[in-house]
Design a protein around this ligand. Structure first.
Ligand SMILES: Nc1ncnc2c1ncn2[C@@H]1O[C@H](COP(=O)(O)OP(=O)(O)OP(=O)(O)O)[C@@H](O)[C@H]1O
Ligand SMILES: [Mg+2]
Length: 250
């Protein structure tokens, strides 16, 4: 449960994120998706209820423990701004420096690798102000994965990108999961992305996860709230969406 003033945003969310899979959270604008994602990494604490990661309740961690815990995460948040005074390379290198990962040469190499992954080779010396919005997003994405975290949280990573770049990011998400075994949670409004990257899809509605299942469960859903979100007028009469899988949260 989480309220801001009188506004209840999350109200009895019950969700287990399967380890090593790619989970997608969908829901209307203002439904609390970003707030939910921030709970997962302890940036927002619930008013009631618990957030458990690997059997540890986040509210029991002190600041130092929380910092160590967060180093396992890579995040690219919706509003996640780059450091304007730093070059692209310095932005991507930032988590490596902060976490004291690698020598200067190793870090440079890692930055190159990340730039390649997001198809931004050659942009290392640019300042964020010299990039397009889509390019800045990709730099944010590169920064999120630079320290090779085992949990990745992406808040609308493809919003506002052209279709080709969107494909690049979607493919990258699948690759991160398959190659690195990362647990990934992505918020997206893009239905193509949802079905391309999601092993599991959860829908947030009026503060609750009202629907959880595989992409095929979702395609066959009879829930009109989900159907409406998928932009469908009629829904299949069969198939239901199972309740949340009971897997250890990662
Ligand atoms: N720090 C905050 N203080 C006060 N209200 C907040 C705060 N963060 C979020 N809210 C409110 O919580 C609600 C849910 O916000 P959230 O950003 O999670 O929505 P969302 O589902 O991510 O929407 P969108 O798809 O537009 O990004 C909104 O009404 C928002 O105004
Ligand atoms: Mg949001």
């Amino acid at each position: 449960m989480k309220s801001f003033g009188a506004k209840v945003v999350l109200d009895g969310v019950d969700l287990d994120i399967p380890r090593g899979d790619s989970t997608v959270i969908i829901g209307g604008s203002g439904s609390g998706k970003s707030v939910l994602l921030k709970h997962m990494v302890g940036l927002i604490a619930p008013d009631a209820g618990r957030v458990m990661v690997d059997g540890t309740e986040l509210s029991t961690l002190d600041n130092r423990e929380l910092t160590r815990f967060r180093s396992r995460f890579g995040m690219a948040f919706q509003e996640g701004a780059l450091f304007d005074s730093m070059t692209v390379a310095q932005n991507i290198e930032f988590p490596l420096v902060r976490l004291d990962i690698g020598s200067a040469a190793e870090r440079r190499e890692r930055v190159q690798e990340c730039l390649q992954m997001v198809r931004l080779e050659g942009a290392e010396a640019k300042l964020p102000s010299q990039l397009s919005g889509g390019m800045r997003r990709r730099v944010g994405f590169a920064r999120a994965i630079a320290h090779r975290p085992d949990v990745l949280l992406f808040d609308e990573p493809t919003t506002g990108l052209d279709p080709v770049t969107k494909d690049v990011i979607d493919e990258l998400i699948v690759e991160l999961k398959e190659r690195l075994g990362a647990t990934i949670v992505t918020i997206t409004h893009d239905m193509e992305s949802v079905f391309r990257i999601g092993d599991w899809i959860g829908m947030l509605y009026e503060g609750k996860i009202i629907s959880w299942g595989s992409p095929s469960d979702f395609r066959g859903t009879t829930d009109p709230r989900v159907g409406a979100f998928l932009g469908r007028k009629t829904v299949a009469p069969h198939a239901s969406v199972p309740s949340a899988a009971r897997t250890d949260t990662a």
